[in-house]
Ligand binder design. Sequence first.
Ligand code: TXE
Length: 503
Amino acid sequence: MENVVRDEQSMEEEATLVVHMYIDGQWVEGAAGETRDIVNPANGRTIATAVEGTAEDAGRAIQAAKRAFYTTWWDTPAIERAKLLFDVARKLEERGDEFAKTETLNNGKPLREAIFDVYDTISCFKYYAGLATKPHGQTYEVPDPQQAMVVREPIGVCGQIVPWNYPLMMAAWKLAPALAAGNTVVFKPSELTPLSAVKLFEIFEEVGFPRGVVNLVLGAGATVGQEIAASHDVDKVAFTGGTATGRKIMEASLGNLKKVSLELGGKSPNVVFADADFDTAVDYALFGIFANQGQVCSAGSRLLLEESIHDAFIEALIKKAKTIQVGPGLDQRSQMGPLISEAHMEKVLRYIEIGKQEGATLVHGGKRITEGKLKDGYFVEPTIFTNTRPDMRIVQEEIFGPVLAIQTFKSEEEAIHLANDTIYGLAGAVFTNDVSRAFRVVKRIRAGITWINSYHPTYNEAPWGGYKQSGHGRELGTFGYEAYTEVKQINNNLKVEPIGWFD
Ligand code: TXE
């Protein structure tokens, strides 16, 4: 059976390539025998066909993961789990170029971003491979003759559902800590972008994960995803995606009160004070919103400018935005690629119309690009709105595209108020040369990830997640590892004799 995702040229030529699910150590078809076309968003062409899983397939994967957890995996020493994860990292290093091209081909992002994602993925597997064997747990000084300690144990079967914006990186952020901590997994990529995950599971097979420990199910959220979230045999569900879907997953999880971690949307503020280093702030403002075409949960989609620099800043921003090269990700000159799908592009274009109708001023971009070789892809110009009001939908709602809404403030207090004035709380940044002010403002921003004088850096070592409706729990770092563990208290009596309580 053909599972292997090949290089981009053969994929473009050979749209008959079929990718399969990996369940209980086998590459398999879906129970219903259906398939789904996988599309290159840069030109709308089919690059592969994926078997379409069903709830029944998800159920089989869950049972395989449950069996594997109770028969082999929970007794597998940490050092062996670590070795497997280090092996995954090594194989990824050997095939990094191929993974980056696949990611760009399927997701659309510029190749330089896909290369970064592959590096991050490799580091993530190494980080958690290392963490698996490090000290965990605590001991307590309790009254004699008792001893008390806490150990960390795996939760069991973990269902993991990820979106299309960082298909490979999101897979690593979920799979590496879960496996390091000794869980078995049922993983579902987005139905739009399964190709890099299929390759990753080829590596899992090669390095020799025991049967049933890692399972890949493909297909729609409403069927496969829903089954993972609802199943009574799944002990934890971890999800990254939209806030509306996160809510559905939480509801579905109630049946067995499984553990839930959610990494959801954002409308993150990027606050620039007049004393900031001007060129640095302009640079990061563009990077904050236009990296990955704005399809980033932590995107700096609201730029808050101090009034006195407003005009000069916007002028500089537009001047630079005009130079952004939009094109197919595989073209090395491209700095921004297409949006993920026609449907998503239509959503982003609708928001641009809404912004105009609401009375915001469109100062740059605003259109789909339909010229030349970009005409069949889902390309949207980098877009900038000024003269917004806090109650506008383009200021409040996650657009998840290359659309920047600029707001203005007069004082630090007003900046903080505006920064926090949405339902989200994922990320935020402040640009200023006043160190005290930087910390004052960051301390007041209700968000899980903040930056001072930069935007977007992310580390496998440090926690990632949001306040408010941006999520539940944290990924990455030791926080991300602990989120895949149960805490067990163990008490030991050193004086084994009756206590005579009822004598
Ligand atoms: O994501 P979904 P969509 C935001 C962004 C975007 C919006 C919708 O604003 O415009 O969400 O995007 C699976 N039960 N983000 O629809 O629905 C689905 O199959 C279980 C923010 O593409 O969140 C996919 O694997 N699973 C974001 C995953 O959920 C379900 C990243 C993500 O899909 C399901 C992406 C269900 N009922 C979009 N319905 C971020 N925070 O990074 C869908 N899924």
